[in-house]
Design a protein around this ligand. Structure first.
Ligand code: ATP
Ligand code: MG
Length: 224
């Protein structure tokens, strides 16, 4: 799958796109007049103008070719996860519906996570910054940890900024992963060595713990 980088975004060559990612609309969607609900380092996320349970991710206005490449690779990673044939894997990974052309470049259309009250779910970083790490959130982190081990999913970067805290109700959280589902560096290794994979997952989980601890600590220094 090749990508054509240009001003305002990336165009995937249709013939090169894995057919499991259909072009969802023959029209070019206009996003440039809308406000993204979230901005990552590489991409901006918009609520789909025709379906508010979906979001569209486009590469932020940037000449950095690596951002376009990462955007394209997200589809490849997702396709690789699909080949594992495990439905439970998508309990905590958003379903990708397909792609659309937009006036900001090719957009990836995926499920938009919302809290029980309809609000768009926040990142785990934001949830901790705002409310600290209460016991229900600790439990949700533990659940995510067990789930990653059970799935033997060695992710690329499961930092708290790529994890969303979906609020299911008072004191009930579910954590999902919106980005970096596959560790590209250790991908082949992980397929061959189960015990090494488990060890690498453990190492990543310790890294996640350290990031969470830093967030808690910096909140403590702000909110006595
Ligand atoms: N499926 C989703 N549902 C709800 N919010 C989402 C979803 N996907 C992404 N977001 C929000 O958009 C933000 C940016 O998305 P994403 O992490 O994919 O962008 P990025 O620019 O590639 O990230 P990074 O800054 O980690 O490189 C996320 O941190 C999250 O707040
Ligand atoms: Mg991100």
């Amino acid at each position: 799958m090749k990508a054509e980088a240009g001003r305002g975004g990336v165009a995937f060559h249709r013939g090169d796109v894995n057919p499991q990612f259909p072009l969802l609309s023959p029209q070019v969607l206009s996003l440039s007049g809308l406000e993204p609900f979230a901005k990552g380092g590489k991409r901006h996320c918009y609520v789909h103008p025709a379906d508010d349970d979906l979001c569209i991710k486009v590469v932020a206005d940037s000449d950095d070719e690596r951002n376009h490449e990462q955007h394209r690779l997200e589809l490849e990673d997702y396709a690789a996860l699909k080949t594992r044939g495990s439905d439970s894997l998508f309990d905590r990974i958003p379903e990708i519906k397909g792609v659309v052309e937009t006036d900001l470049g090719t957009g990836i259309v995926m499920r938009l996570y919302r809290d029980a009250d309809g609000r768009i779910s926040r990142t785990l970083s934001d949830v901790i910054r705002e409310g600290g790490l209460a016991p229900p959130l600790v439990e949700a982190v533990d659940e995510l940890r067990r789930w990653l081990r059970r799935q033997r999913l060695l992710t690329g970067d499961t930092g708290p900024h790529n994890v969303l805290g979906v609020s299911l109700g008072p004191d009930e959280w579910k954590l999902v992963i919106v980005e970096g589902w596959i560790n590209r560096r250790h991908r082949r290794l992980a397929r061959l060595h189960r015990r090494l994979t488990d060890w690498l997952i453990g190492r990543q989980l310790r890294k996640l713990d350290r990031s969470i601890a830093r967030l808690v600590e910096s909140r403590r220094s702000r909110v006595p």
